[in-house]
Ligand binder design. Structure first.
Ligand code: ATP
Length: 387
């Protein structure tokens, strides 16, 4: 689960015990990044994700050389570059405001980084043409940025980074200026481009969906601290704590307070309006936990609650059923998102993602079965995932 690679892996960038402390106007210390350790593999697409202010941009800027770590080291290609200028690091950055030169053509923009480094004209031409080909912007080379769509400008900005043939691409929210539809389209394109170029890419976003679709691995940060690093599906299935569980996945995981009680057949998670039988592997996890666990928080994703009416009798057990009152119905095409209230006191709100055929309206009662194998239990004090 850690960010440290084994010895035989081909590591491109290393973040070693990096901490960054800023001072505000009043002299108060702000720990933007707190003891970060990550080995980034050659060719991988690594995404930093987390809420505003969690330290994503600061981490990226330290790799770029735009910010100096207060403690720790950055290595690129096995070389300690902590004190190096951005230009000496073999990296290229793509920002959210593409910073294209408005008076230059696309070709001029893409040539610029090579021209200022005095590359010969024929080398510049061949690199620009190759990148334009790769990005499918060959027929735009003669245009000015103002004559391009947002997505095209984004591709030119990428092209300008690609021509330098850097060892590492750094991207800070490069899609955030695009409208929702184009953003999703560019996400797919970035995936394709990364597969073709095959270079290490380190990408910052606050959008967990973007992180999930783009990342070979995702780094979840909160308050400057690494919460978890891993492939997106792994984080979704095995969040280490309540923060990651709530951050990854949309609509977010439901959190419900429960008591763990011994029953005649084993153990149950008993909530305000339901009693779920706990599967053997979770019971074992509870047994191995080194703290008392009378009160914990149960996590269950909206997609792991299924409408009873579409399940066969052998597809659920009595001890997985929860009844609730529907308060909001949001059709989303491929499925329907229901906001639900506990039937008793109506104090607890939770969500379920059900089949679009389920015909319910606000005010209706509904019975759902929880997929008990997908339950998570979080230690209330530490937030850690027990399961
Ligand atoms: P966002 O998604 O909002 O861009 P982020 O995760 O990229 O956030 P950072 O920009 O890395 O977060 O900031 C991390 C913390 O460091 C924040 O509390 C921020 O206010 C603080 N910070 C960043 N840059 C500076 C600076 N130059 N001086 C003082 N504090 C800073």
């Amino acid at each position: 689960r850690g960010g440290i690679a084994s010895e035989d892996e081909d590591i491109n960038v290393q973040i070693e015990e990096v901490t960054k402390v800023f001072e505000d106007e009043g002299g108060e210390e702000i720990v933007a990044v707190d003891d970060l350790n990550i080995d980034i593999r050659r060719g991988e697409f690594l995404v930093f994700v987390g809420p505003s202010g969690c330290g994503k941009t600061t981490s990226l800027r330290m790799i770029a050389g735009l910010e100096t770590p207060t403690e720790g080291r950055i290595r690129i290609e096995d070389e300690d570059v902590t004190g190096y200028d951005p230009r000496e690091r073999g990296i290229a950055m793509v920002f959210q405001n593409y910073a294209l030169y408005p008076h230059m053509t696309v070709k001029g923009n893409m040539s610029f980084p090579l021209r200022i480094r005095n590359y010969p004209e024929d080398e510049i031409d061949s690199r620009v043409n190759e990148a334009a080909d790769l990005l499918e912007i060959d027929d735009l080379l003669g245009r000015k940025p103002s004559q391009l769509s947002g997505g095209q400008q984004q591709r030119v900005a990428l092209g300008r980074a690609i021509v330098r043939e850097p060892s590492v691409f750094l991207m800070d929210e490069p899609l955030s200026n695009l409208d929702a539809k184009l953003r999703v389209q560019m996400r797919t394109e970035l995936n394709e481009i990364h597969q073709r170029v095959g270079k290490t890419t380190i990408y910052v976003t606050h959008d967990q969906a973007e992180a999930m679709t783009l990342g070979d691995r995702v780094v979840v940060l909160n308050n400057g601290r690494l919460q978890q690093i891993g492939p997106p599906q792994y984080l979704y299935d095995n969040p280490v704590n309540r923060f990651v569980a709530g951050f990854i996945g949309e609509p977010p995981m439901n959190f419900l307070p429960v008591e763990i009680r011994e029953t005649s057949d084993g153990y149950a998670a008993v909530g305000e309006f339901f009693e779920f039988e706990l599967p053997a592997d979770i019971v074992q996890d509870i047994g191995e936990w080194d703290r008392s666990l009378d009160h914990v928080t149960m996590g269950i994703r909206p997609e792991d609650l299924h409408d009873l009416s579409i399940l066969d009798d052998d597809e659920y057990t009595e001890n997985s059923v929860v009844e609730a009152t529907v308060t909001v119905v949001e059709p989303m095409g491929s499925d329907k998102f229901l906001t639900l209230m506990s039937p008793t006191e109506e104090t607890t709100e939770f969500g379920a993602r059900v089949s679009p055929e389920i015909d319910v309206e606000p005010g209706d009662s509904i019975a759902l079965s929880a997929n008990l194998g997908k339950i998570h239990l979080f230690d209330d004090e530490t937030g850690k995932n027990i399961t």
